[in-house]
Design a binder for this molecule. Sequence first.
Ligand code: G6P
Length: 372
Amino acid sequence: AAAEKDGYPSFMEKEIHDQPEAVLQTLLGRSDIDGRLTLDEMRIDPEELKKIDKIIVLACGTSAYAGHVAKYAIETWCRIPTEVELAHEFRYREPIITPTTLVVSLSQSGETMDTLMAVRYAREQGARTMAICNTNGSTIPRESDAVLYTHAGPEIAVASTKAFLAQIVAAYLLGLYLAQLRGNKFQGEIKDILADLNKIPAKIQSVLDNADPIRELARSMKDADSVLFLGRHVGFPVALEGALKLKEIAYIHAEGFAAGELKHGPIALIEEGQPVFIVVPSPRGRDSLHAKVVSNIQEVRARGARTFVIAEEGDEAVKAYAEEVFFIPETQPLLAPLLATVPLQIFAAALAGAKGYDVDQPRNLAKSVTVE
Ligand code: G6P
């Protein structure tokens, strides 16, 4: 088994390091040199896809956070209203589904019962269904109208890492494909976004190559009993995922919040020594989001929090209020989650390892939950 881990202490660590390849493989062969998306495996008639006027993304756990990230990109690029819902909640309200609704499921295993039941329900209600899945021939893709496989390779660790990044990439390809079909974006813009996506594997590699400080921080925090994560825009689901990882494998109470929500409640939690991770949007992004999140760092720091910041390389403004900054390479704001998530995964794995826990097989959890 040690050989299968390529020398890493756990499958999770190995899979974190597989991520440049997982993203590369998921991008491979899905566009031509002119930046035209060629998603040949899609089994839905392009004419039908042109008419889609609503997208509902269904998933559980980490896969649902990939859906939340994807919503920002799909709505930006396609101008199609997109909802994200936990699959197990979906059937129990009265969701509005029409033949022009596209239901996109995200599942690493393709066997999660909650997600499968939601997909079945959506089909019965007349939706077109599409699976984004990492497991060839599994049940959810078999029962869907279309499938877009992520090519992350088999994921063994219960806590999902490379499948998460690959799901975001696949959902982005779907978004670009719909934008191309519907003429929402110029071919030139699609080509530019694809070119930036193609640069992501090397940028993930650089995050991995510079991860020793975050591992060191994790080891120093093994007695922490609560860690908070803040993010905004696409950084919000990244914060949620950072918190989930810590709960899952290090059994530490962790919460992710939308940074803008801080003043509406969560700031009451801040006391001397409370560790807070802040995922900072790019200073090149729009609407002064960056400045707002920087002021959030200031606010929690002023109340005694220990502030650990994930920010874009060259972002000097964050330094004044951060106990430590972990820089990620520059990319366009919508692609940043593919980089910002990685230090948080490494943090959780290193912390769980430092506590002596079984990183790959956390208590009470299963890789794939095939019961409702
Ligand atoms: C389980 C796993 C999670 C995973 C979720 C969804 O709860 O422990 O890590 O995110 O299922 O799995 P799926 O295979 O549908 O992506």
